[in-house]
Design a protein around this ligand. Sequence first.
Ligand SMILES: Cc1cc2nc3c(=O)[nH]c(=O)nc-3n(C[C@H](O)[C@H](O)[C@H](O)COP(=O)(O)O)c2cc1C
Length: 159
Amino acid sequence: MMKQSSLPEAYSKAHLPSKVALAVSEKPDGSYNLITIEWFMRTSIHPPMFAISIGHSRYSYDCMQDVRYFNLVFPSEKQKELLSLAGSNSGREMDKFTAGGVKYFAGKLHKLPVLSDAVACFECEIVSQIRSGDHTIFIGEVKHSWKNEDEKLYYYQSK
Ligand SMILES: Cc1cc2nc3c(=O)[nH]c(=O)nc-3n(C[C@H](O)[C@H](O)[C@H](O)COP(=O)(O)O)c2cc1C
């Protein structure tokens, strides 16, 4: 029977397992950051666009204000631990690429890393942003796309 509920209790019925992604951004010192995100979607076919919602407390939010690019990475089953690492530590205190032993090569657009073990990666230029409560939605136009036929997409599960 459908009953009225708190938002967290109702949402917990619906959101896992979930497709999650990683967003790569550039730190002011020129090194790179990673954030685990569940709140993203495609928003345009021509030109191709993705929107990602980033909390104002995240270091990634600061990074994306400065350097107007991000790479949206769809992780493989190999990258399960990296998703936890990137989703529970801040780039303010940690170099997540080193801590996670991330394998990557430079992309084409702004040379942000393309993660070698992911299933797909989209190099995006931020073309607009919209404040949404305590998050900001960054809208990125896809400039280059990458795919990896050897890996399987990972769906985030509850523990
Ligand atoms: C499964 C999962 C999904 C998440 N989704 C988002 C999201 O959509 N937006 C967001 O701002 N933070 C999200 N987070 C939290 C950030 O990944 C986390 O706060 C991270 O440590 C921020 O890193 P940063 O400070 O280096 O940017 C999520 C975390 C997990 C584990």
